[in-house]
Ligand binder design. Structure first.
Ligand code: IMP
Length: 447
């Protein structure tokens, strides 16, 4: 396919994850040469439906589903090698060879069994309201080791550290002591098993390890275009999210500088993905949450169960307060509004337009979880639309109430909606504005 001249782009989540990023990346990526993951790890779950076939990737960039694309795992990603190898093998069994199309940064860090144990045991022992409800994938403990430095293991170590085995043994011994002291349980942590994972990573992934930062800059110098695939979501961002109920990385375009080594100025199309309603998985404040029948109905209609953990997702009305905040701090140029079809069949649909706290209406989220827990949503209702939207392919053909809803969100968010999801399949999207010109046919076939 001829690639139009275009600039680099980022697709990321504006919510608490699960916004449909996988589908948007998949839709856009055939016009890019390279797709890059720059944050998070196997806590992410990016899903693409191709006909009846479901692809759920946790660590591999969605680009691997397209045979002309090089996929990169950048320095900012924390990589569980066992999970990564299992994803590569899973795709191979379905006829998709990843091979040398995948490049892993030599600066990326490894998630090892003790990170996952620490995550699980920490969550198990935390008091009810202190549980973050993590995905138990070892993300936080691995990023903590990265900051601590002396206990970190990077992909470059697999190649250059001749002393790696004894260093890992010593890290494991310290970690056993720590786990027993904190949790009275070391979870069966075994140094030989950890070394076996490290050696498997070296053998199976060694050929994929390289300096991805230089690769990206050289590629951009050669006029190659890059799509950055954010994981998790802006409301889970370690600096800007609903702290401490967040993940441990920079989840939006501001994470590209650190997580991929590419300055944000080189990314001009910033596609923030959100759903037509709000969801959250795990603990933490959720001002517009619907706990009764309405929330159950959205969960069922939207099949809102976690891709990574299978947990039922909490559902609520669209939150324009946190949405606008997220759009502003990420410089979103285009919104991808997914799951509009899920709201079909409601008499009216609600939008949270302010947080009421201590008698005042707040237009942006306060910093402390206790303030968010105490805040009441101010809901504006709009007429619903009875019909099934899944066969509609243009914005103009949407029921008037659905169009009115999208246009109201654009005003509240301060950014235009360029992509609208009306069903899970690749083809079930409506395209508007500039993205209509640069997006390939959604019927693109899989590699
Ligand atoms: P962690 O990233 O596993 O440490 O989990 C921290 C919080 O972020 C928990 O509430 C998780 O449920 C949530 N989380 C992390 N990644 C995702 C994601 O990709 N989708 C939805 N929630 C996520």
């Amino acid at each position: 396919m001829t690639k139009p001249t275009r600039k680099n782009a980022c697709v990321f989540g504006l919510g608490w994850g699960d916004e449909g990023k996988g589908k948007v990346v998949d839709l856009l990526c055939p016009t890019f040469d390279i797709v890059v993951r720059f944050n998070g790890g196997a806590n992410a779950g990016h899903t693409v439906w191709v006909g009846d076939e479901k692809f759920a990737l946790h660590l591999l960039p969605i680009g691997v589903l397209h045979e002309t694309i090089t996929s990169v795992i950048g320095p900012g990603v924390v990589v569980d090698p066992v999970q990564l190898i299992s994803e590569i093998d899973g795709l191979a069994a379905r006829g998709i060879a990843v091979g040398s199309r995948l490049k892993i940064s030599d600066r990326a860090h490894l998630v090892l069994p003790y990170h996952k144990l620490e995550d699980q045991l920490g969550e198990k022992s935390a008091a009810g309201d202190k549980k973050i409800g993590t995905t138990a994938r070892g993300i936080g403990p691995c990023y903590a080791d990265k900051m601590k430095r002396s206990t970190a293991v990077r992909f470059a170590d697999l190649i250059h550290d001749d002393d790696l085995e004894s260093r890992v043994r010593s890290i494991v011994a310290d970690r056993q002591t720590m786990l027993r002291a904190l949790f009275d349980d070391d979870g069966g942590l075994d140094a030989d098993a950890v070394i076996a994972d490290v050696m498997m990573a070296k053998t199976r992934l060694g050929g994929n390890i390289c300096d991805t930062t230089t690769f990206l800059h050289d590629s951009m110098d050669d006029q190659k275009t890059v799509l950055f695939e954010g994981a998790n979501g802006t409301l889970l961002d370690v600096d800007h999210g609903t702290y401490p109920f967040v993940t441990s990385s920079s989840t939006g375009p501001h994470g590209i500088g650190n997580g991929a080594g590419v300055p944000a100025a080189r990314v001009s199309t910033v596609v923030g993905t959100m759903k037509a309603y709000a969801t959250r998985v795990g603990s933490g404040p959720f001002v517009s949450e619907l706990t009764g029948d309405m929330g159950d109905k959205i969960r069922q209609q939207g099949n809102e169960f976690g891709t990574t953990t299978g947990r039922p997702r909490r559902c609520g009305w669209f939150d324009a307060v946190s949405g606008r905040h997220a759009v502003r701090l990420t410089g979103t140029t285009d919104i991808a509004l997914m799951h509009l079809d899920t709201l079909g069949g409601f008499d009216q649909v609600g939008i949270c337009v302010a947080y009421r706290l201590d008698g005042k209406d707040l237009a942006s989220p306060p910093a402390h979880a206790s303030q968010l827990e105490a805040a009441e949503p101010v809901i504006e209702f709009m007429p619903g639309w009875p019909s099934d939207l899944r066969s509609i392919r243009s914005f103009e053909d949407l029921p008037q109430a659905a169009r009115g809803y999208v246009e109201r969100l654009e005003v509240l968010l301060g950014a235009g909606v360029s992509i609208i999801g009306v069903g899970p399949e690749r083809s079930q999207v409506l395209l508007r504005g500039d993205l209509r010109d640069i997006t390939p046919s959604p019927e693109t076939t899989i590699a």
